[in-house]
Design a protein around this ligand. Structure first.
Ligand SMILES: C[S@@+](CC[C@H](N)C(=O)[O-])C[C@H]1O[C@@H](n2cnc3c(N)ncnc32)[C@H](O)[C@@H]1O
Length: 243
C-alpha cells in the first residue's frame, strides 16, 4: 500500500472513531428505536449460533468492534464462554463497561484496533463482529485479522446490514435508510452526518454472496449465511480450518 493510501485509511479510521465518540451516549437508544428493537433479536441469533460451535469448557470469545457491548453482554448471558470486548472508541467502551457492571458481569473491554488485534494467533474459540466490519478501512484486512486470532475449528460470526431480497422491501428500505433515518438519527443524536454515513457505508459493503466469497478467499471454510428480516441484515459464519 502506498504512503498516500495508508494516510487515507488512517484518516478514514479517525473519522469513524470521532463519529462514534460523538453519538456514543445516544447510540443504544437510536439503535433500538430505529430498528424497532429487531437488532436485539439479530444479536440473540449470533449468540445461539456461537453457543453451538463452542467447546463445552474454557471457551474464549472475542467480540470485535463491540461498541456499547450489547453483543458482548448477550454472549456472556447466552454461552459459558469468557468474553472479551474490543473497540477503538473509548466513549463507546465506557458505556459498555457501565452496562456490564450494572448487570453484575465482569467483561474485560479493551481499546484496540480490529485491523491490528492485540492477541496472539489462534487465541480464541469464537470471534464475533456485529455492525463493525462495514466500518473498517479494509474488509479483507479485517477478515484476515479476525481469522488470525481464531483457533483451528473456531467460528467467526459476522452480523451486518445487507441487501434485502425482495425488490419492494429493497425500495422501502432504501427510502427509510437514506431519508428518514438520517433525519430521525440527526434529530435525536445531534449528528446528522453519522446517520448519513450509515446508508453510505452499507451501500459500499459487499452483499450476502460477495461477503461469503470474500470470507472464503481469506481462508475461512464452511462459509454460510442466513438472511435476517428479509435480508435487511445477514449473519455470515465461517470457520478457521482445522489442522
Ligand atoms: C455500529 S457500531 C457496532 C457496535 C456493536 N457491535 C453493536 O452491535 O452495536 C460499530 C463499532 O465499530 C467500532 N470500530 C470501527 N472501526 C474499528 C476498528 N478499526 N477497530 C475497532 N473498533 C472499530 C466503532 O468504534 C463502533 O463502536
Amino acid at each position: 500500500m502506498s504512503d498516500e493510501e495508508s494516510a487515507t485509511k488512517r484518516e478514514q479510521a479517525q473519522h469513524v472513531r470521532e463519529m462514534f465518540a460523538a453519538i456514543a451516549t445516544r447510540y443504544d437508544l437510536l439503535n433500538h428505536l430505529l430498528s424497532g428493537n429487531v437488532d436485539q433479536r439479530w444479536r440473540r441469533l449470533v449468540v445461539k449460533k456461537m453457543a453451538m460451535s463452542l467447546p463445552a469448557t474454557d471457551a474464549r470469545v472475542l467480540d470485535v468492534a463491540c461498541g456499547t457491548g450489547d453483543l458482548s453482554l448477550a454472549l456472556v448471558a447466552g454461552t459459558r464462554a469468557q468474553v472479551i470486548g474490543l473497540d477503538f472508541c473509548r466513549p463507546m467502551l465506557d458505556i459498555a463497561a457501565g452496562k456490564s457492571s450494572e448487570r453484575g458481569f465482569a467483561i474485560p473491554y479493551l481499546e484496540g484496533d480490529a485491523l491490528k488485534l492485540p492477541f496472539r494467533d489462534q487465541s480464541f474459540d469464537g470471534v464475533t463482529i456485529a455492525f463493525g466490519l462495514r466500518n473498517l478501512a479494509s474488509f479483507e484486512g479485517g477478515l484476515k485479522e479476525l481469522r488470525r486470532v481464531l483457533r483451528p475449528g473456531g467460528m467467526l460470526a459476522v452480523l451486518e446490514f445487507s441487501k434485502p431480497r425482495m425488490p419492494i422491501l429493497r425500495s422501502f428500505f432504501a427510502v427509510y435508510f437514506t431519508k428518514l433515518l438520517p433525519l430521525l438519527g440527526g434529530l435525536i443524536s445531534g449528528s446528522k452526518s453519522a446517520y448519513e454515513y450509515l446508508p453510505d457505508s452499507v451501500s459500499r459493503f459487499p452483499d450476502q454472496a460477495l461477503l461469503a466469497t470474500l470470507m472464503k478467499e481469506v481462508g475461512f471454510t464452511e462459509v454460510a449465511f442466513q438472511n435476517l428480516t428479509g435480508g435487511i441484515a445477514a449473519l455470515h459464519t465461517g470457520k478457521q480450518p482445522a489442522l
